[in-house]
Design a protein around this ligand. Structure first.
Ligand SMILES: Cc1cc2nc3c(=O)[nH]c(=O)nc-3n(C[C@H](O)[C@H](O)[C@H](O)COP(=O)(O)O)c2cc1C
Length: 216
């Protein structure tokens, strides 16, 4: 099982990175293979809205996002982490999410109907981590929902939202034991959910095939 962590902060030793690493470590302890990517390492331009992806479900922009698409498709679950920048996700995280538009497929006559590639392939699972310096949900703004709603539209069930407040200086999260615990729990829960899904899938397939045999 593969879990991909995606960090939307440029601070390598910042709070988003610390909490993402904690979540991934817990996922690893639970038996998953994990990888953490920093979006800052990838040159990702914004979506042009050119609709060049309509036929192929592949983005036509030839930049570093092309390196991330295979990682996304190969992962069983993902964890998105972003700092709050003016009540919302960071620009890096926004560009990344927008570039996943090629995974959405709309009905040609009725754009209120859409499915994602992930849904068509059976659905996936995700968790999100949002970090801010102020104390309240209001100050965190849209950060958790901007990631969660987008993930949902992209065919991921978001099993946990970790919201960490009162973190300003890079590294402050190292002493926020409650946020660390919640990030770890999210990583563990993600792996357990995916494992349950895989087990259930195996059982259903088995009983279905057996059932077919009994009826014939
Ligand atoms: C451009 C910018 C905008 C910010 N906007 C907010 C905000 O709206 N609300 C808030 O609580 N913190 C805000 N912050 C503080 C960061 O969310 C906070 O320092 C966080 O810990 C940074 O995460 P990182 O260490 O992963 O980079 C902002 C910081 C920057 C640099």
């Amino acid at each position: 099982m593969k879990i991909l962590g995606i960090a939307g902060s440029k601070r390598r030793k910042g709070n988003t990175a610390i909490l993402l690493k904690e979540a991934l470590q817990a996922a690893q302890n639970e038996g998953a293979k994990t990888e953490l990517v920093f979006l800052d390492d990838y040159a990702i331009t914004g979506c042009r809205g050119c609709e060049g992806c309509r036929e192929s479900y592949k983005c036509v922009i030839n930049d570093d996002m092309q390196k991330l698409y295979p990682l996304l498709l190969k992962s069983d679950g993902i964890i998105l982490g972003s700092p709050t920048y003016f009540y919302n996700i960071s620009a890096d995280m926004k560009a990344f999410i927008d570039r996943c538009y090629c995974f959405e497929v709309f009905d040609e006559e009725d754009r209120s109907c859409w499915v994602s590639i992930n849904e068509a392939l059976g659905g996936k699972y995700a968790a999100v981590i949002a970090v801010c310096e102020q104390q309240s949900e209001k100050d965190m703004g849209f950060t958790p929902e901007a990631m969660s709603l987008s993930l949902q539209a992209l065919g991921y069930r978001v099993i946990e939202q970790v919201k960490a407040f009162n973190l300003f200086k890079a590294g402050a999260a190292l002493k926020d034991y409650d946020a660390l615990r919640r990030a770890g729990e999210a990583g563990k829960k993600l792996v357990k959910t995916i494992r349950l899904r895989k087990e259930l899938e195996g059982k259903i397939r088995l009983s279905y095939i057996q059932g077919m045999g009994e009826n014939s």
